[in-house]
Design a binder for this molecule. Structure first.
Ligand SMILES: NC(=O)c1ccc[n+]([C@@H]2O[C@H](COP(=O)([O-])OP(=O)(O)OC[C@H]3O[C@@H](n4cnc5c(N)ncnc54)[C@H](OP(=O)(O)O)[C@@H]3O)[C@@H](O)[C@H]2O)c1
Length: 280
């Protein structure tokens, strides 16, 4: 039986594919741009844009387990195609943001929440993985750090509990290959609450050089981030960080409880990814 992994170029998708393949399972890697995929030999690749129906039947053919990245556009067509193909279990890479008070109206949270709702209303059994911020979001700082420029932030003292993407992958594989996590919604965080400033201090220690931080006004951050993301998403992110400015992020012990070992630390992520900050 084949396992389908969507978002195959993504940090979690890639790690899930590697683990399943190493375990001797048959994996199909689906990506919006399969030509750019680097998958282990023996892994089948397929083109699938989650917001378009073309390719769904081929992607689900012979599949019982799916690792799904959230994409609300086209989710009803995707659910129907999965049901018709005989898919049994979907493990969704959702987000802890769905637990927020205004998740339905928030552009970031509702992206994952709408997919959760469509899956919950289907005949498929599901596992919802709800991670906090990924440690890998720090890759957004590679350009500044690599050029020895200050990292510019509107809320440098905002707290998150950054989770290592490999920990999400470990739990996703547990959910895809066993039955103990079927039907569960799991909040996942890293082992400690760290402000952006503290994350940068850890990176600075690992890289062995200073990383200056420059505070931006909200208006400056809006303008800067607006070059890469829609205004509603920028505003939602800035609201999230503003709210996170006031105290430590909640820590969930899910990773340790489910995997029987401590969650990977941000320092570990920083050590593993140090070369990315010196290449620019
Ligand atoms: N980042 C966070 O802090 C966070 C927190 C909670 C939840 N999440 C959820 O996790 C999901 C992914 O997280 P992420 O945004 O950090 O990204 P990611 O997993 O690294 O990549 C997201 C997807 O973007 C596509 N992509 C397009 N261009 C790419 C490129 N040049 N390199 C790699 N992938 C590329 C890939 O799909 P294809 O291969 O199909 O093109 C990939 O799976 C999101 O849906 C988000 O809602 C993220």
């Amino acid at each position: 039986m084949t396992l389908l992994v969507t978002g195959a170029r993504g940090k979690v998708g890639r790690a899930v594919i590697g683990r399943l393949h190493s375990a001797g399972l048959t994996v199909r890697a689906a990506s919006g741009t399969p030509a750019e995929l680097a998958v282990p030999k023996g892994v089948e690749t397929i083109e699938l844009a989650l917001d378009r129906p073309e390719g769904l039947d081929a992607a689900f053919h012979g599949v019982r387990q799916v690792f799904l990245y959230p994409q609300p556009s086209g989710i009803h067509e995707l659910v129907k195609a999965a049901e018709e193909a005989g898919v049994k279990h979907v493990v969704l890479l959702s987000s802890s943001s769905v637990l927020g008070p205004d998740a339905e109206d928030d552009p970031l949270a509702s992206h994952s929440l709408r997919v959760e709702h469509a899956l919950a209303a289907s005949a498929l059994t599901c596992t919802f993985l709800r991670p906090d911020a990924f440690a890998s979001n720090s890759l957004g700082w590679t350009r500044s750090i690599g050029r020895s420029l200050p990292v510019q932030l509107a809320y440098p003292d905002a707290h998150t509990a950054p989770i290592h993407p490999e920990d999400i992958a470990d739990i996703a594989v547990e959910a895809l290959t066993g039955t103990s996590l079927t039907g569960r919604s799991l909040t996942l965080t890293g082992p400690e609450s760290l402000t952006f400033r503290e994350q940068l201090a850890l990176l600075s220690e690992v890289l062995g050089r200073d990383i200056p931080v420059e505070r931006l006004t909200r208006a400056e951050a809006e303008q800067q981030m607006g070059a890469y993301a829609p205004a509603s998403v920028v505003s939602s992110l800035l609201d999230l960080w503003e709210a996170a400015d006031h105290g430590p992020a909640a820590i969930a012990d899910t990773v340790e409880t489910l995997l029987g070992r401590p969650a990977r630390t941000y320092r570990q992520w920083a050590r593993e990814n140090a070369p990315a900050f010196t290449r620019h």
